[in-house]
Design a protein around this ligand. Structure first.
Ligand code: NAD
Ligand code: ZN
Length: 344
C-alpha cells in the first residue's frame, strides 16, 4: 500500500510502498478515505528540534482521518466491517493513575498516532478498537477528518461557560478558527480574533468573529479596551504559541477573567505572575488533547446539528501523492485546514 513515511532522521518525507498493517485480536483495519494535515506533520517533515527529540523513524505520519472499517480482529465488538470511523490520536494505556482517574488525555504512557506508531497518511491503518470513534452519518468525510483538531478547540473554548462573554482569540490557525465558530455557537457576545495573517483573518470573519485584527497593524490591547468599554475581555483563548500574543492576552483580560491556553511555545515563557495573574485573580487553563471521549460527543453534535459549519476553514483538498503541496501551503500560511483525499 502507499504511505507517506519519515524514513530517515533528516528533512523530508517519502511516498513509498509498504506492507499492509497486521491485525491483533483487538485491532481494526481501516481504509483511510480522508486525512487532514496538522502542524505536527509539518514539524516532522521539516525535522525540527521537537521532531528530532520526539520521533523515531521509520513511521507513517498523520493522525487526523476518516475511514471505513475493512477488517476486524477476532475479539473486536465495537465496530463492524463497512462502518465509518475516526480515532482519538492519543492511544492511552488504560491502566496508569491518570487513565484510572478518567483523564486519559494525560495518560503517562500515551502513544501518539503518526508519531510513536504508524499514522493516517496511508491507504490502510490499524488501530486498537478502544481509540475508535464512530462518525455520525450526517457529517461529510472531510468534516469527520477534522474532528480531532476541532476537539482541541472545543475544550479550549468550553473550559468554562462562555455564553454572553466577551472573547479574544489569539491565533487564527485552523484550531483558532474552529474556536471562533464554537464560541459563536456557545453564545459569546463579542469575538475578537487576532492573527498577523490577513488570509486567515478573513476566514475568522466567515466563522463569526465580530472583529478580526492584525497585530502588526493594530494595537490589540487598545482595540480590546475600546471594544469592551475599557473593561478588557472576559475570556482569552490562546492558539498562537506566540509569547507576544500571550502577553497581549493577559493584559487584555479583565480582572477575574479566564485564559485557556492550547498554543505551544518554542521556549519557556516569562509571566509577571503578581501583576497579570494573582492580583487580577485570573484563572489559567492548560489544554491538551481532548477529553476522551466526552469531547468527541460535543464535537460530533456541533458538526452534525449545523451549530458550527467548518467549511470556510477547510480551504484545500489534495491527493495523497500531492501531500507536499499541502505541507508547503501550511508553511506559507496560505490555507486553513488542508485535506488529503485518498479514495473517492
Ligand atoms: P497554526 O500554527 O496553524 O496557527 C497558529 C496561528 O497563530 C497562525 O495563523 C499564526 O499566524 C498565528 N500567530 C503567530 N503569531 C501571532 C501573534 N503574535 N498574534 C496572533 N496570532 C499569531 O496552529 P494550529 O494548528 O491552529 O494550532 C494552534 C496552536 O495549538 C499551535 O501552537 C499548536 O502547536 C497548538 N496545539 C496544541 C495542542 C495541545 O494539545 N495542547 C494540540 C494541537 C495544537
Ligand atoms: Zn494511561
Amino acid at each position: 500500500m502507499k504511505a507517506v513515511v519519515k524514513t530517515n532522521r533528516t528533512r523530508g518525507l517519502e511516498l513509498i510502498e509498504i506492507p499492509e498493517p497486521k491485525l491483533g485480536p483487538r485491532d481494526v483495519l481501516i481504509k483511510v478515505h480522508v486525512a487532514s494535515i496538522c502542524g505536527t506533520d509539518v514539524h516532522i517533515d521539516d525535522w525540527t528540534n521537537w521532531a528530532q527529540q520526539r520521533f523515531t523513524p521509520p513511521h507513517t505520519i498523520g493522525h487526523e482521518f476518516a475511514g471505513y472499517v475493512e477488517e476486524v480482529g477476532k475479539e473486536v465488538t465495537f465496530v463492524k466491517v463497512g462502518e465509518r470511523v475516526s480515532a482519538e490520536s492519543h492511544i492511552s494505556c488504560g491502566y496508569c493513575y491518570q487513565c484510572k482517574n478518567g483523564d486519559r488525555e494525560i495518560c503517562r504512557k500515551s502513544k501518539l498516532l503518526g508519531v510513536d506508531c504508524d499514522g493516517t497518511f496511508a491507504e490502510y491503518l490499524s488501530l486498537p478498537e478502544h481509540v475508535l470513534w464512530k462518525d455520525d452519518p450526517h457529517i461529510p468525510d472531510k468534516w469527520a477528518s477534522i474532528q480531532e483538531p476541532f476537539g482541541n478547540a472545543v475544550d479550549t473554548v468550553m473550559s468554562e461557560d462562555i455564553s454572553s462573554k466577551t472573547v479574544l482569540i489569539l491565533g487564527a490557525g485552523p484550531i483558532g478558527l474552529f474556536a471562533v465558530g464554537i464560541a459563536k455557537a456557545c453564545g459569546a457576545s463579542l469575538i475578537i480574533v487576532s492573527d498577523p495573517n490577513d488570509y486567515r483573518l478573513d476566514i475568522g470573519k466567515k466563522m463569526g468573529a465580530n472583529i478580526a485584527a492584525n497585530p502588526k497593524k493594530t494595537d490589540i490591547l487598545k482595540l480590546v479596551l475600546e471594544a469592551t468599554g475599557g473593561n478588557g475581555v472576559d475570556v482569552v483563548l490562546e492558539f498562537s504559541g506566540n509569547t507576544l500574543a500571550l502577553d497581549q492576552g493577559l493584559k487584555s483580560l479583565t480582572p477575574g477573567g479566564r485564559i485557556s491556553i492550547l498554543g505551544i511555545y518554542e521556549t519557556p515563557v516569562n509571566i509577571d505572575l503578581n501583576k497579570e495573574v494573582i492580583f487580577k485573580k485570573i484563572r489559567i487553563y492548560g489544554i491538551t488533547g481532548r477529553k476522551i471521549f466526552s469531547t468527541w460527543y460535543k464535537t460530533s453534535r456541533f458538526l452534525s446539528s449545523g451549530l458550527v459549519d467548518p467549511s470556510p476553514v477547510i480551504t484545500h483538498t489534495f491527493s495523497l501523492e500531492e501531500y507536499e503541496k499541502g505541507m508547503q501551503l501550511m508553511r506559507d500560511g496560505k490555507c486553513g485546514k488542508v485535506i488529503l483525499k485518498l479514495f473517492q
